[in-house]
Write a new protein. Structure first.
Length: 131
């Protein structure tokens, strides 16, 4: 429990991890809402995949020591990188005539970067839980 026992800002790092993880779950449900608004029904396994992959972005942002020039760049990069598995996995599903595999791949990455930015924004600026 290095995060909890850290003499310098241990509480802030724990606070950051909790906030960013919860925001990842919230944005996971938002993403699931977008995904389920189409014509095809979303399976339970896919719904869990969507929610947990967005939660993983929050966890990664919360524990990351990767330093960028600005907090916003950190969120965008982490959201993009941790959306790669979901983007590639989404290409394995059935193709919808109105939304092909390439569009699913690109939209998963773009939305991941947006969710990463929003998680970082709310965590760092609103809750003042800096990296």
């Amino acid at each position: 429990m290095q995060i909890l026992n850290n003499k310098k800002g241990g509480f802030m790092k724990t606070k950051r991890l909790i906030i960013s993880t919860l925001l990842g779950v919230v944005f996971g449900f938002v993403c699931f809402g977008f995904a389920s608004s189409g014509q095809n029904e979303i399976s339970t396994v896919l719904a869990l995949n969507i929610i947990l992959s967005r939660m993983l972005i929050g966890i990664a942002i919360g524990i990351s020591r990767f330093e960028c020039k600005h907090w916003s760049l950190h969120g965008i990069i982490m959201g993009f990188v941790f959306s790669l598995p979901m983007a590639f996995g989404a290409m394995l599903g059935p193709e919808d005539p109105g939304f092909n595999h390439t569009m699913i791949f690109i939209s998963s990455l773009v939305m991941g970067a947006i969710y990463g930015f929003l998680i970082e924004l709310i965590t760092t600026v609103l809750f003042k839980a800096k990296q």
